[in-house]
Every structure is written in C-alpha cells, then in structure tokens.
Design a protein around this ligand. Structure first.
Ligand SMILES: [Zn+2]
Length: 399
C-alpha cells in the first residue's frame, strides 16, 4: 500500500510539475499528513526536493512547493546505430541534460571495437552529467537488432553483422568504471523509439503502432501505454511481413517482405542512388526536393508497401494512431501519401481516419531518447524499488 502511494506521489509530481503538498494530496486522494510522510521518504532517497515557499494566494499557511529532483538519479541512454554512436543523460523530469553523438561506420565492425568506442562516448556524457550533479542509476543500450532482453544479448543485428553478442553480460569489460555497479539493459531501437513517442511525443496516444526505419524496418506496438513485446520479445518485425508473396527473396530467406520494397537499401537502389555515401536519408530528401523523378517514384513505391503492410496491423489491432518514426519521419512528405492511399483502400473501418497516421517529431532521436528515459520511468512507477536498490548500494559501499 505504501509502495503504491509512493508511486502515486511521484506520478503526480511527474505529471504536473512543482506542486504544494496540498495539491499533491488533492490529485492523489491521499491526506496531507500522508503526503508529508511519503514525501519525506522520497526526499531521503534523493527523488524529490523542496523548492521553498510557494507563492500562494490562499488564506492560511503557504505551502512549500515540491518537485522531482533535477539532480541526483538519472538515466543513461546509449545507442549503437549503423552509422553513429550516441549517449544521453536524462533527469527525473524527463529533460535531456546531456546529448553526445558521433559518426561511426559500425557496419561489419567487431563488437569489441564498437563497444570500446561507445564507452568513450558514455564517458563524455557522464562527465557532462556529473558536472550538473547527475548520476545515472541505470543504463539502457539501443541496438538495431533482435535482443534477448533477459540476458541483454544481441541475438541478430544483420545491419551490423552481429550474432550473439552479450552486450549486457560483461559490462565491466567495456563500460566506464563509474558505471560498473549500475544495471545495464539492451533493447531494440524500434521498441525504444516507440517508448520515446509514448513519453516525449506531442500526442502520446495510449494505443499505437510505431514504424521506424534506421537501417532495417522495425515496428513496435504500444497497447494501453505499454509496449507489447510478444512471447519471446521479438514482436514488431514489420519488415518481414509479406507484401507480395512471389516478390524478391529477402535477407530472411522468405519472398516479398516489406523490407524488399521499403528498406533503405532497396529504396536507394530503386532511386538510382545505390552506393552513395554519407547520410542516405538526407540524400533522398535533397533529391526528392529537387524533383528527381526516380527518387520520387521509389519513395512512392516504398510508401505504398508500408501502407499495405500496416493495413494488416490496423485491421488486426485497431490502434488509435500510426506513427512514422526514425529516419523515415524525415521522408514523411513523400512516404505518407502512398501509405495513406493503401490504408484507406485496405482498412476495413471506413472511412479510415488518415490523420491517424503522422510522422514523429522525434525522428532519429527517438531510440536514444527512449533508452535514456526507461530508467526514469521505472523510478517514477516504483520509487520504493529504487530506494531499496539505493540502500543496498550504500550498504555495500560502506562495508
Ligand atoms: Zn524478410
């Protein structure tokens, strides 16, 4: 009961920002005395802070305003992408306090080398964060591949050329020393992009399908504000949904998968841009803006294939929104018309609300943003669990 009440108070502060004890009591349905005692516990764990006397027009004693702490516990997000590495630190308010990204051609590179460079990026982010009084208490790594979440192993990341890489199993071998007592998790970039949309997006619908493309095509399904992971954690492989049963052979061995129509490589090839270096999405955008017919046709074809595959998801799940995220959000202008046309023709609920499909404002920042926020959301949802973990850590330090 107390555990739930601690979460209620944290949740109210997270949702409404700085508030008086009376306001928290009103929003949570708890008594002021109960809120006072719960807040003491949260403050002792370094989760809330007293902002001093709040300006109050009310008669009686002015209440002091409470807020989630802008210092202390934070979330560290790390990202391994095909073309870059990133790190961010996010505070309890969900504010990005540090963001570091470097270009890194990771395709085909040895995992050890990539992790060593990621460690340097993490160290730079940690230094910025420490200067602001922030200390990450959880690390989440976003990767473009299938992950066994329980062991933190990247089972397959075809775009990196990785198989069975135990990223979280041996963090001491690659993470900066200051992070070695902090839990490390690994998750798929598409999942984390969808979670970022849920936590940081402009609309935050409770039920949506998030389609993203960084190197491959991924999707994630959020139902009732929770990520749906599937029986083994591999839900969301929209890239291998068939859009043409007798189509070209896919990297997965099947024929006519979505990735063979809307994957980055296919689109570049169809656009006559195979083998170009640099930022592929920017190249496609520039060419499309210049009116390059081949590029426009390739993007239209990709949009239609995306719409065809997604109509299956919409008919199956009836989500309130579809979000086009990752790098493909930047190509929305050219992908969305074809997607909308196929959805309108194939979704059985008619007329289909084409406004339900929107590009994400977070775009390519999604996966790293999500990775940094996982730890924070977990603390807000269960501050007692965090406080207990923190205590065992203090005990270990002092013994
Ligand atoms: Zn496939």
């Amino acid at each position: 009961m107390r555990r739930q009440n601690l979460a209620l108070v944290m949740g109210a502060l997270a949702a409404h920002g700085p508030s008086s004890r009376a306001e928290v009591a009103e929003r949570t349905g708890l008594t002021r005395a109960a809120v006072g005692s719960l807040v003491n516990e949260l403050a002792a764990a370094g989760l809330t802070t007293d902002l001093g006397l709040a300006p109050s027009g009310r008669v009686g004693r002015p209440g002091t305003a409470l807020a989630l702490s802008g210092q202390g516990p934070a979330g560290l997000g790390l990202e391994i992408a095909v073309e870059h590495l990133g790190a961010c630190v996010i505070d309890l308010h969900g504010t990005v306090r540090t963001w570091v990204e470097i270009e890194a051609p990771n395709r085909g590179r040895k995992p050890g080398e990539v992790l060593a460079e990621l460690s340097d990026v993490a160290a730079a982010a940690l230094q910025h964060a420490a200067a602001q009084g922030l200390h990450p208490v959880g690390t989440v790594v976003a990767v473009p591949g299938l992950v066994d979440a329980a062991s933190g192993t990247v089972e397959q990341a075809p775009n990196l050329g990785w198989r069975d890489v135990p990223v979280a199993a041996s963090p001491a071998q690659w993470l900066p020393a200051t992070l070695r007592a902090v839990p490390v998790e690994v998750d798929n970039e598409a999942n984390l992009g969808a979670l970022a949309e849920l936590w940081h997006g402009s609309t935050r619908p409770p039920d949506f399908v998030h389609v993203s493309a960084q190197a491959g095509i991924g999707a994630a399904v959020v139902i009732g504000g929770r990520l749906f992971r599937g029986a083994r954690g591999f839900a969301g492989e929209l890239g291998h949904v068939p859009v043409q049963p007798d189509g070209p052979v896919c990297t997965c061995g099947a024929r006519g998968c979505l990735e063979q129509y809307a994957g980055e490589e296919t689109v570049l090839r169809a656009a006559g841009l195979a083998g170009v270096g640099g930022d592929h999405i920017k190249t496609l955008t520039d060419e499309a803006l210049a009116g390059n017919r081949r590029v426009l046709d390739a993007l239209d074809r990709a949009g239609r294939a995306l719409g065809t595959a997604l109509s299956g998801a919409v008919n199956l799940l009836d989500p309130s929104a579809l979000v086009l995220g990752g790098a493909y959000a930047e190509l929305g202008e050219w992908l969305l018309p074809g997607m909308r046309a196929e959805l309108a023709a194939r979704v059985t609920v008619r007329p289909w609300n084409s406004e339900a499909l929107q590009p994400s404002e977070l775009g390519r920042r999604g996966p790293l943003l999500g990775a940094g926020t996982v730890t924070i959301r977990r603390i807000i949802e269960d501050p007692a669990r965090y406080a207990a973990w923190r205590n065992t850590r203090e005990v270990r330090k002092s013994s």
